[in-house]
Design a protein around this ligand. Structure first.
Ligand SMILES: [Zn+2]
Ligand SMILES: [Zn+2]
Length: 209
């Protein structure tokens, strides 16, 4: 749990698109949570990750590291962004119902915010334009510290998790003709509509016939 395999790191940076310390922090958090639970990377829906980052704030890249490490992704439907504006992930092992929440230590996170890296980011410099001599030491730091120095941990012996079956039904929208998963479609006068076409239909002003 205290090292990141090089091939995982390479894959994650290629996927993420730039070098920053928050993505590797998410990698470390995901790997730590997996080690604590004793689980392997999800091939399908074996694990569920709830990341607490929100939108439009620093270090949101944390979530991409969690995805790369755990295999919990938007496409598999097992990555949820709960949007608390916090740097934490809860990883649930669906098989056993056990879970751990791994959260960045506040003192370290606050110290990072005082670095030149974050001052430039705050001033509007995109991460890919930052000089490597500012970024690389922060990445090296987050990759080499013991996980227990980076994160606090909470354990849940039985994490409450609703079981929702995957929806394999779909219908053709009567307006746009596109396929829509039935659970998202609405039936009006025995015809099916996708959400935007349904809204368009409902909001269309009544015509005098
Ligand atoms: Zn990033
Ligand atoms: Zn439609």
């Amino acid at each position: 749990m205290d090292t990141v395999p090089q091939d995982l790191l390479d894959m994650a940076f290629a996927f993420h698109g730039h070098k920053c310390p928050a993505m590797p922090q998410g990698l470390r958090a995901g790997l730590y949570a997996m080690a604590l639970l004793g689980v392997a990377r999800a091939q399908a829906g074996e694990l569920l990750a709830r990341v607490e980052i929100g939108r439009h704030h620093f270090s949101g890249c944390f979530a991409d590291g969690v995805m790369a490490a755990t295999g919990c992704t938007v496409g598999k439907g097992n990555l949820e962004q709960v949007g608390f504006g916090k740097f934490a992930v809860t990883l649930v092992d669906r098989q056993t119902g056990r879970a751990v929440r791994v959260a960045a230590r506040a003192d370290r996170m606050a110290a990072c915010l005082d670095q030149e890296f974050f001052r430039l980011r705050r001033a509007g410099t995109p991460p890919q334009a930052l000089p490597p001599e500012l970024v690389d030491p922060l990445i090296a730091d987050v990759l080499t510290r013991p996980a227990a120095d980076l994160f606090t941990v909470q354990s849940f012996p039985h994490y409450p998790l609703p079981r929702v079956a995957e929806d394999f039904d779909a219908v053709r929208c009567a307006d746009c003709g596109e396929l829509v998963v039935r659970g998202y479609a609405t039936e009006l006068s025995s015809r099916w509509y996708c959400p935007p076409c349904r809204d368009g239909r409902l909001h269309r002003p009544a015509r005098a016939e």
